[in-house]
Design a protein around this ligand. Structure first.
Ligand code: FMN
Length: 370
């Protein structure tokens, strides 16, 4: 429980140290991966991005936004990559700035699967997915929204290439100075699409029953772990999270199985988004029960966790680390604000995606609001 002194509520559990692999985290607050679509047209990050991340370096851990390990997995204009030398050099500006400011930073590796468009993919390729199941909704293409197309079902022979892209992307991330990588297995992108019985209709060894639908994710995690060391690899999952038109009807059976298999890989952490309020079960409780290692908890797009609840989650040992997204967008000094019991600024959703410094690096720190 949080303790109260006069008017000030002290969320002291959020300020306990935590050892994550070879990193010493000064607090339990993790900055969520947040796609901001502010890389250049070639997926290269620069000084502005370095400033943005460095401003948030007091987080116990930053997980940088989903980056494509290969251009065929790009989902959004302005999304960064971690494939070319220029992209690696751009990210190095970011990691140097964060480390100089005393922070720690992982990179989320993301293949967008069917959430993309041939007008976004460099070279114009059609997005791939486990099966040719078209998502409802629109792709974001430079100020325009264009309906998603039906994806192309990935060939069995291509799977090994995509897995290799993840492993190479992880190596590139370390070369760029990241402390580790997070595999994006959430929110309806490629890994999640393999797990879902609605988007994965394959009849080969990567589709069918739950163990077969887990195969792509488990093999990818194994390969990445072999390449850069399991302790430097985390994975993010979002059971029953209905974004990007993903849905799952067998999540309560699949995820415990998946975690059992991932336990054997020995990953550095598991990052779980809480099931939406209407799911009727808690993915975080399921994860604590089935996962042997470090657990990072995040709410979801529908629910904004109050600080009391976040502190309680850590105090009661229901998770080890607490991840906030939107609060870190609008409060570069979120950690100091929580510690001081200061007001938390609201994020402006109109500047979430794309643009420049406005709504990105211009949220003022405490005491500098005028
Ligand atoms: C602008 C924006 C961009 C996001 N980009 C990503 C992303 O790149 N990868 C990811 O796993 N989740 C992404 N998310 C989800 C957040 O990481 C987080 O799960 C969600 O915002 C709920 O947490 P919160 O209530 O603390 O914001 C994004 C959310 C927002 C608002």
């Amino acid at each position: 429980m949080a303790t109260t002194s006069a008017e000030l509520i002290i969320f002291d559990h959020l300020f306990e140290h935590y050892v994550l692999g070879d990193l010493e985290l000064p607090n339990r607050l993790v900055m969520a991966p947040l796609t901001r679509m502010r890389a250049d047209a070639d997926g290269v990050m620069g000084e502005l991005n370095a400033e943005y991340y460095a401003q948030r370096a007091t987080a116990g851990l930053i997980i940088a936004e989903g980056a494509f390990p290969h251009s065929s997995g790009k989902s959004y204009p302005g999304q960064p990559g971690i494939e070319t030398d220029a992209q690696i050099d751009g990210w190095r500006l970011v990691t140097d700035a964060v480390h100089c400011a005393g922070g720690r930073i992982f990179l989320q590796l993301m293949h967008g699967g069917r959430i993309g468009h041939e007008r976004i993919t460099p070279g114009g390729g059609r997005p791939v997915a486990p099966s040719a199941v078209k998502p409802q909704g629109d792709a974001r293409i430079a100020g325009e929204k264009v309906p998603f197309d039906e994806p192309r079902a990935i060939e069995l022979s291509e799977i090994v290439d995509v897995q290799e892209h993840f492993a190479q992307g992880a190596q590139n991330a370390l070369d760029a100075g990241f402390d580790g990588v997070e595999l994006h297995g959430a929110n309806g992108y490629l890994l999640h699409e393999f797990l879902s019985d609605v988007t994965n209709l394959r009849s080969d060894e990567y589709g069918g029953d739950a163990p077969s639908r887990c195969r792509f994710v488990v093999e990818t995690a194994q390969l990445v772990a072999e390449r850069i060391g399991a302790a430097r690899v985390g994975i993010r999952l979002s059971p029953e999270q209905n974004v990007n038109d993903i849905s799952e009807t067998e999540a309560q059976a699949l995820y415990p199985h998946l975690l059992g298999e991932l336990n054997a890989v020995g990953l550095g952490y598991l990052h779980v988004m809480e099931t939406p309020p209407d799911a009727g079960w808690s993915s975080i409780a399921m994860a604590r029960e089935n996962w042997n290692g470090t657990l990072i908890a995040n709410s979801n797009f529908q629910v904004d966790w109050p600080l009391e609840q976040a502190d309680e989650l850590i105090a009661e040992g229901r998770a080890d680390l607490l991840c906030y997204g939107r609060r870190f967008i609008s409060n570069p000094d979120l950690v100091a604000r929580i510690r001081a019991g200061a007001p938390i600024a609201e994020a402006d959703f109109r500047t979430f995606y794309g643009g420049g410094a406005e709504g990105y690096t211009d949220y003022p720190p405490l005491g500098d609001e005028s």
